[in-house]
Design a protein around this ligand. Structure first.
Ligand code: MN3
Length: 180
C-alpha cells in the first residue's frame, strides 16, 4: 500500500496537475466537477482528466476507506440500508466481493448511492462513479498494482483480506452525507 500510495497515486496526481497547467480554467474546478465534465475539455487534456483525474480522486477516497484499526463492523443507518438492499452485511460483502473478483482487467468495485439507494457498481480503468452521477460510498481498487506484490495473481485472497481493513466509520459518514 505504501508503494501504491507513494508511486501510483503520486503518478496520477502529477499527471493531472500537468494536464490542468495546460488549460488553467480546468485548474479552477474541483475534482468532482472535472470528472463530471471532462468530456467537454480540450482534446489535448481530455483523456488525462478522465484517467489521471479519476486515478487521483479514486485513490484519495481509497486511503480514507481503510483503517489500521482492523475488523471494524458497520453500524448505524448504513447497516439498516445494507440489510434492506442486500439482505444482510455478509450477503453484501459476498456480492461485492464476487463482483470485484469478476472485473476483467483493471478497475474498481464500488458501493454507491444511486438516486438515494445503495447499489453495486464496477468501473473500468480509473473511471469514477461521479462521472455517471453516483456517489462513491466504498471502493476497492482491483488493479494488479494493488495486490501483485503481496498476492501475486491471487486477486481473490486480496479481496477477501481487504474486508479486515475497511474503515466502516468513514463509510458510514459518506453514506450519511450522501443521503442529505
Ligand atoms: Mn491503484
Amino acid at each position: 500500500m505504501k508503494l501504491h500510495h507513494d508511486k501510483h497515486h503520486v503518478g496520477y496526481t502529477n499527471n493531472l496537475n500537468a494536464a490542468i497547467e495546460k488549460h488553467q480554467e480546468w485548474g479552477d474546478k474541483n475534482i468532482e466537477d472535472i470528472l463530471k465534465t471532462y468530456a467537454s475539455a480540450p482534446d489535448d487534456i481530455k483523456s488525462a482528466l478522465r484517467n489521471h483525474g479519476g486515478g487521483f480522486y479514486n485513490h484519495s477516497l481509497f486511503w480514507q476507506m481503510m483503517s489500521p484499526e482492523k475488523d471494524q463492523q458497520p453500524s448505524g443507518s448504513i447497516t439498516e440500508e445494507i440489510n434492506k438492499t442486500f439482505g444482510g452485511v455478509d450477503a453484501f460483502k459476498q456480492q461485492f466481493s464476487d463482483a470485484a473478483k469478476k472485473i476483467f482487467g483493471s478497475g474498481w468495485e464500488w458501493l454507491v448511492m444511486d438516486n438515494g439507494k445503495l447499489a453495486l457498481m464496477s468501473t473500468p480503468n480509473q473511471d469514477s462513479p461521479v462521472t455517471q452521477g453516483k456517489t462513491p460510498i466504498l471502493g476497492l481498487d482491483v488493479w494488479e498494482h494493488a495486490y501483485y506484490l503481496q498476492y501475486l495473481s491471487d486477486r481473490g485472497s486480496y479481496v477477501d483480506a481487504w474486508w479486515h481493513v475497511v474503515n466502516w466509520g468513514d463509510v458510514a459518514e459518506r453514506f450519511d452525507s450522501a443521503k442529505r
